[in-house]
Design a protein around this ligand. Sequence first.
Ligand code: PLP
Length: 393
Amino acid sequence: MAQDWNRRTKLIHAGARRSQYGEVAEAMYLTQGFVYPTAEAAEARFLSTGPDEFIYARYGNPTVAVFEDRIAAIEGTEDAFATASGMAAVSGALTSMLRAGDHVVSSRALFGSCLYILEEILTRYGVTVSFVDGTDLDQWRAAMRPETRAVFLESVSNPTLEVIDLRAVAEIAHAVGALVVVDNVFATPVFSRAVELGADVVIYSATKHIDGQGRCLGGVICGTRDFIRGTVEPYMKHTGGSMSPFNAWVMMNGLQTLDLRVRAQADSALALARALEGDARLARVIYPGLASHPQYDIARDQMTGFGTVLALDVAAGKDSAFKVLNALEIAVISNNLGDARSIATHPATTTHQRLPEDQKQALGITPGLIRLSVGLEDSDDLLADLQRGLALI
Ligand SMILES: *Cc1c(COP(=O)(O)O)cnc(C)c1O
């Protein structure tokens, strides 16, 4: 039975639908809408759509439905809704569930756009937001209120890879009836145990590992059928953040190789972290799979692998970090992650440039910090690429 399949089997087959032609690869239904055989059939469908009945691609589409069913199957949720980007998923999940008077508690270490939604957008509509240090459980406890409707966190934070104790935060949140909403990009669907540990809603930017080749934007919200079809879908279908069928087709093909890619990339990330740890030119090598990582035990407990990203803090600061970046011949300087190509980022001057200095400091985003998303290249070659840059310092 499909429910009993292991994750790797689900990644290939879950949610598959075949047309009357019996095609092997999933069909791409690049259509905005659907024809009804009669006026009565149109009336009936607008009254209530049955399984595999569609009206308009903003509401749903067969190709998008396969992607949604496949990702829900691997994440272990009842349902999923695919969105135009990761940010459409974060904003859609939060905005669809919250109303004026609600309170949200969020970890402070967030992707810039997530921070913008919580700080600037939700608060315009009467939602209050408290920020906490995600690794400090006392701060989570102290921030909860009777009107706390949701907690939001990145299970592994960007770019300093702090790991938040999901099980403990879920217990604290559930005690006041709040939903646990997790942005799980860095944990990846391959290594995630988020639902088992108490997450109610799990969000991915599919742009990252799910595509894995830097081609398309996409996102997905995973949750209960009630939440996805009762709360998220009405909001998304009327506000227009749905995923395009073309992108869904690219993403579902990404899922077929997701497990292999992410495991290979994580193996290389660990090899690089181990090889570079202790290098005198680096103040810190941050990777959740190193025993020296402050949340190593939590990472081991709550993920089945440690992810594909590591961070290197060049002790001599920005100029030296730039020397390392500019010397790279294999890894490219860019800002995506989870790609088959290794990507190096200098967060302080790019992705996190707009943060005030004191916040950068509080989050550990130092002038020497380089985030490295490890790709599918040979890890010895990647190490040599970095070593050559480090030798210039
Ligand atoms: C990239 C990213 C997002 C946003 O996803 P997009 O697909 O770029 O919209 C959200 N959260 C995290 C943690 C990310 O890395």
